[in-house]
Design a protein around this ligand. Sequence first.
Ligand SMILES: [Zn+2]
Length: 124
Amino acid sequence: MKLDPDLRLQILEKAGIYANRFSIPEPRVLLTTKEVLDMPKEMTEGRRTSAYKYYGVSYLQHNLIFINVRKIPDEKTLENTLVHELIHLRFPYLAHGKRFNKLVRQGLKGKTFLPYRKRTAKNL
Ligand SMILES: [Zn+2]
């Protein structure tokens, strides 16, 4: 898809809405490979020069995601990729698989998730 200022704004708005629903702090969202390369190296380590190969990348340690708009063919894939990366941020311990895909589907349908690590209060 072609990234113009309208689409950029739309994506950032959606990221904010989904981040709210998933009870995670709003991540910084990179939308071009140039923005990935312009970040400090330690923030994008491991998926830096290879980021262009993917629809999206999440950099869990830095609350940062990359949405590869240029590679993404249509709006549906775009939304799917955005939610996929945000699910990584909300469920950092979860690998790809059935459970992960289910959470993405639920997220796309508007489900809200409680904050991560809520149960630590049990020990107080
Ligand atoms: Zn993933």
